[in-house]
Design a protein around this ligand. Structure first.
Ligand code: SAM
Length: 227
């Protein structure tokens, strides 16, 4: 997947929650990463209800793979037997051993984490499996997304907090997200930062604020209406 020699530098909270040294921010909710993913990224995009054959999720920030595992599980539990397509953009990949340590903290996802460990080829950055076709695109999303030839049905916008990781929330990148979304497609993110909402609206999305997960009052979701 990567021509970089270095993996993301981390520290761990309680041995379970990785915190990125570069961004001084945890990879997922300190309260409950799985419940946050289900609320923000799945429900926020109308999933699993909108799942259909060939459905394509794209994500800014692959991190630990938590969102991937949750989406894959939801896809199979919804009865799909063909591949869910999942493309994630990641500039600072975690070391495979760190990914394994993070994923080991979620007993509910053991089956999917075990498969991930067996199938994941870090050099190639792809998984081909009967119910999952995944790719992690290495590099800064500001450079890689404009060159991407795909379009997504649903976006998981999951950079670190906009204050700590402004690169992943800029207006140009949000416009690229919209440009790489099918008509009727959607995005969801945990942040309700005004400049992010405005950037997504300028990109063409109809943007809505809704109830956030846990202590976060609001989150943001939206769709690309046709016409
Ligand atoms: C909050 S974490 C993502 C968590 C992840 N979705 C998960 O399920 O574990 C944010 C991710 O964005 C990545 N990132 C930060 N800046 C980036 C950039 N400019 N381009 C691509 N990825 C970036 C970080 O390396 C980190 O993995």
């Amino acid at each position: 997947m990567s021509d970089q020699n270095e993996y993301a530098e981390l520290s761990w909270r309680d041995g379970k929650i990785p915190v990125a040294t570069r961004f001084d921010d945890p990879y997922f909710s300190l309260e409950n990463g799985i419940a946050e993913t289900a609320h923000v990224f799945l429900a926020g995009n109308g999933l699993p209800e909108r799942f259909k054959a060939g459905f394509h999720i794209a994500e800014l920030g692959f991190g630990t793979g938590l969102n991937l595992l949750c989406a894959w599980k939801a896809w199979e539990e919804a009865g799909h037997t063909t591949p869910l397509r999942y493309t994630s953009f990641e500039a600072f990949p975690m070391a495979p051993a760190d990914i394994a340590q993070a994923q080991a903290a979620w007993p509910e996802l053991t089956e999917y984490a075990t498969r991930f460990a067996q199938l994941w080829d870090h050099e190639i950055g792809r998984i081909e499996y009967k119910t999952l076709q995944a790719e992690v695109v290495a590099g800064d999303a500001r450079a890689t997304l404009p060159r991407w030839s795909g379009t997504a049905d649903a976006w998981f916008l999951d950079g670190f907090s906009p204050a700590k990781n402004p690169e992943l929330w800029g207006a140009d990148l949000m416009a690229e997200v919209a440009r790489h979304t099918v008509q009727g497609g959607s995005f969801a993110t945990y942040t309700a930062a005004g400049h992010v909402r405005r950037a997504l609206a300028s990109g063409g999305f109809t943007v809505k604020r809704s109830k956030g997960y846990g202590r976060k009052r609001h989150m943001t979701r939206g769709s690309l209406e046709s016409g």
